[in-house]
Write a protein that binds this ligand. Sequence first.
Ligand code: SF4
Length: 356
Amino acid sequence: MKLVLANPRGFCAGVYMAIDVVDQLLDICPGEPIFVFHEIVHNRHVVERFRARGVRFVEEIAEVPDGSIVVFSAHGVSPAIREEARAKRLAAIDATCPLVTKVHAEAIRYARKGFQILLVGHRHHQEVIGTLGEAPDAIQIVESPRDIPSLVVTDPKKLIYLTQTTLSLDDAAVIIDALKLAFPEIKDPPAGDICYATTNRQTAVRAIAPSCDLVLVVGSANSSNSVRLTEIAANVGTPARLIDDASEIDPKWFAGVGTLLVTAGASAPEDLVRGVIQALVTRCGAEVEQHDIRHEAVEFGLPGTLKAAMRDRGIDPSGRRIVRGDDGAAMREWFEKEGIGFRTVDMTVRGETMSG
Ligand code: SF4
């Protein structure tokens, strides 16, 4: 069996940042309880690893004792949650991905200009709940074209759509086309809201999956980004399985599979991908080939609220940066150490680099 690894896959700049915020807090606040509002990123292993280090995850601000440290997750929160945290004098550290903050800012700006906003996304996703909270009177959520007849639009000339950052590009295109048909004057967002990481991971699956017999996506079931990758594979006619880690692999899946694509959602750690590769090589004698579809060069800085917390503790934040995990060299070393045959295939459009 040939095993193809998609590149890019796994952690995005926002996830590196959010995870590093909690890591750095554990470092600068030894012994202090650290609370995280909602899962810091949607990955079971990431959350369990932090829990094992004493971090407490809550779904209500009321659960956090007055005056404690609370981290807002990468998905962002509504102003009401920020206000609740202020009322309890919490030291709030904001790990919201800047690309989510961008969508919040668009919602605020267009609501102030008197626009009605159609927010394309999943109603119960934390990110959509946070964005909706910025302008609840101006925003209506659209989950599918079926929602369009029940929308209440007072002035079709003052209408804009925004989207969740982690949607399927395919599904979003269908919904946006339907919105444009129903409201020809609807405005596009100033810059696309589906983020670079979502776009790139889906583009890689769309490019590689048609020549594969099965796709394995490493990621958790509540990760929008990861689930969308399985849907993109299905859209191009290749069955896909979502697994949290190697322990969920069922050998029965590989009957008749000649080429297998492995990828990972933006919140899935690379060590879990390696675990999957190792298991596949051991069980199926797979050869590994990485297909590079796009190079990414996006990095975010430390959030201002974390820098302020450092200064409060007499720590100069200027020497600290977001710690990024693996680079290509580390991955090659790992393959070498494990004795696994590995080569890369450059399928990028010449020199293409995707920035956020
Ligand atoms: S998936 Fe996109 S929006 Fe979400 S954390 Fe990553 S970069 Fe930010």
